[in-house]
Design a protein around this ligand. Structure first.
Ligand SMILES: Nc1ncnc2c1ncn2[C@@H]1O[C@H](COP(=O)(O)OP(=O)(O)OP(=O)(O)O)[C@@H](O)[C@H]1O
Ligand SMILES: [Mg+2]
Length: 263
């Protein structure tokens, strides 16, 4: 589980080769640092985009020649107008979409080169919180949280060991046997967070996790995500909520016209 004793579980091994990136001035496009080469080591990077362009099959240029490096244990916000490419970025990170050009490197692996089992193994190390929750209506909270672990072959004992502290962390222990339609929107969102973190992934991607929530619930969700970050997970959150971003004081990357900028 996440916690002091298991922080090591959350760390990727020493890895990564990637051009160093810089954002010398605020609100500047993120560009490779001058003189960097793809051979330079950046051992603390968990995620890297190298000159990535994403053009959808309908010709839509979602991202154009973008670079990004996210370090282990970083907490990063991704903001930008609707349709700017925030979800596309996250989908590139977990291999749901492939880059048209350039490289997406996660945990030292070029994601485009991974197939079958190797891609599944990498995805086990990435927790994903979907904006629309994606809960299974016929299953209880506990079942929704644990079914991925069952599919991955975890023992019953291990699943039980993980379930309780995870539900506790998101404040849903008393709702373990409830069904999704018996929960509020904020509670459902927290179930989706529990499902994303129960496997203790070192990388957590959350796509507008507060998009449908009121300010109190949004803040509660942010506190959970920040807590996971303090336990050692790298957390990347897309959001429209400028107020929330200001309140948290984490680095912010803005997606605009297919490019990435540090704010
Ligand atoms: N599967 C797809 N096929 C074609 N175009 C797509 C596809 N998915 C996204 N797009 C387009 O790519 C662009 C970026 O979309 P994306 O969903 O990444 O934006 P977003 O920043 O997440 O928007 P929102 O804030 O509304 O969720 C948009 O112009 C969108 O229409
Ligand atoms: Mg989106």
């Amino acid at each position: 589980m996440y916690g002091i004793s298991t922080v090591k579980d959350l760390s990727f091994p020493n890895n990564s080769a990637m051009p160093l990136l810089t954002t010398q001035e605020t609100n500047k496009e993120i560009i490779p640092r001058e003189g960097s080469t793809t051979d330079q080591q950046s051992s603390s990077a968990i995620l890297q985009l190298r000159s990535v362009t994403k053009t959808y099959t309908n010709g839509c240029h979602a991202l154009v020649d973008v670079n990004l490096e996210v370090k282990q244990k970083e907490f990063l916000f991704i903001t930008g107008p609707s349709g700017s490419g925030k979800s596309t970025l996250l989908k590139l990170f977990y291999g749901e979409e492939l880059a048209t050009q350039g490289e997406v490197i996660v945990d030292d692996c070029n994601i485009a080169a991974l197939r079958g089992d190797r891609l599944s193994l990498l995805r086990r190390r990435i927790g994903i919180v979907f904006q629309d929750y994606k809960l299974i209506p016929q299953r209880t909270v506990a079942e929704n949280v644990t079914f991925v672990l069952q599919a991955q072959g975890y023992t019953k004992k291990e699943i039980q060991r993980r379930l309780e502290p995870t539900l506790k962390l998101v404040g849903l222990l008393s709702k373990a046997n409830s069904f999704p339609d018996q929960l509020s929107g904020g509670e459902q969102q927290r179930v989706s967070i529990a499902r994303a973190i129960v496997g203790t992934p070192p990388l957590l991607l959350a796509d507008e996790p507060t998009g449908n929530l009121d300010p109190d619930n949004s803040w509660q969700v942010m506190q959970i995500l920040q807590k996971l970050n303090t336990f050692g997970a790298t957390v990347i959150v897309t959001t429209h909520d400028e107020q929330l971003v200001r309140r948290c004081n984490h680095p912010v990357v803005q997606v605009r016209n297919g490019k990435l900028y540090y704010k």
